[in-house]
Design a protein. Structure first.
Length: 311
């Protein structure tokens, strides 16, 4: 399957490594307004076509699917343009910046009968599937904790992270934290209580307690101004599960109340993006317009909760 990439920054460079471990996926073209022909990747892959204009890539009949790796605020425009061209689109997270934007994309998906998926890699890896199956081992879920905190203050102030239109912790990494919690516990939310640190319209830190109507309480924590060990913890009536680096699950440990433990390990094929690409390609080949692992309604729910936290 021939992929076109729109935007060629850090995350796109990880994508080109990931696709090498898929079945039949390859990079056919890249569209970037800043990439140089002296770029090491292009030198090593002279067969890859290069476009300076995004529209030209979408007009290329050899492009079977597109991966959008632009900064957040440009996702919506180029998702819609891709769908208008009937080109299946895998967009980096967050898919868009508001829940109403998801509605617009869903309408376009229906109109064009073309697949659109948010690249929330967490939900496409084997370790996540097994974790979901193992939840029953710890009884009824009582609490969930997940964080994604890093210190990005050393980045240039021109970085998209410090752009009021698209930056901040909640916009950038909220998808990981909230996507994990909402995927683990698919129950109705009663209320949310939040502590936030905002400076000049940019969210630097948030810690939110999400109260579900069934009594479960989840804590979501995210930051761009502090480093913390990244993990998730799920506590049930019979035990708990500790998941290091839950956004790309390789292993987790079940601790039962009787003192026994069990560690599960699941390696990646390629890197932590490979399985989402493979799953996306299978969805394209099967004529699907929604991912069963992470549909657009899942994306919308994440953004609705994010909006509650921001309110």
């Amino acid at each position: 399957m021939n992929f076109g990439i729109i935007g060629f920054g850090k995350i796109a460079r990880k994508f080109v490594q990931a696709i090498e471990a898929t079945e039949e996926g390859k990079i056919y073209a890249i569209s970037s307004r800043s990439v140089s022909m002296d770029d090491p990747y292009l030198k090593e892959h002279p067969e890859v076509k290069v476009y300076k204009d995004y529209e030209e890539l979408l007009n290329d009949p050899q492009v079977d699917a597109v991966y959008i790796a632009l900064t957040h605020k440009f996702h919506k425009e180029w998702i819609l343009r891709s769908l208008e061209h009937h080109v299946p689109v895998l967009s980096e997270k967050p898919l868009v910046l508001t829940s109403t934007d998801v509605d617009e994309i869903q309408e376009k998906v229906k109109k064009t009968n073309t697949l659109c998926t948010e690249a929330l890699k967490t939900k496409f890896n084997t370790g996540y599937d097994h974790l979901k199956e193992d939840l029953k081992k710890i009884g009824n879920i009582q609490t969930i904790y997940a964080n994604f905190c890093s210190d990005s203050l050393g980045l240039p102030k021109t970085s998209f992270l410090f752009d009021k239109e698209q930056g901040g912790a909640l916009n950038d990494i909220g998808s990981y934290v909230l996507g994990f919690i909402l995927g683990i516990h698919e129950e109705e939310i009663d209320k949310i209580e939040t502590e936030r640190k905002d400076i000049e319209g940019i969210n630097y830190y948030f810690r939110s307690k999400i109260y579900f109507k069934d009594g479960c309480i989840a804590t979501a924590e995210g930051a761009i101004d502090r480093e913390m060990d990244r993990y998730a913890k799920i506590v049930g009536t019979k035990g708990e599960i500790m998941i290091p680096n839950y956004n790309k699950i390789i292993d987790y440990t079940i601790h039962w109340n009787n003192g026994t433990t069990e560690t599960k390990s699941y390696s990646f094929k390629g890197n932590d993006m490979t399985m989402q690409i493979q799953n996306f390609m299978e969805d394209v080949e099967n004529g699907k317009v929604q991912s069963e692992k992470h549909c657009l309604e899942d994306t919308k729910k994440i953004l609705e909760v994010s909006e509650m936290i921001s309110a």
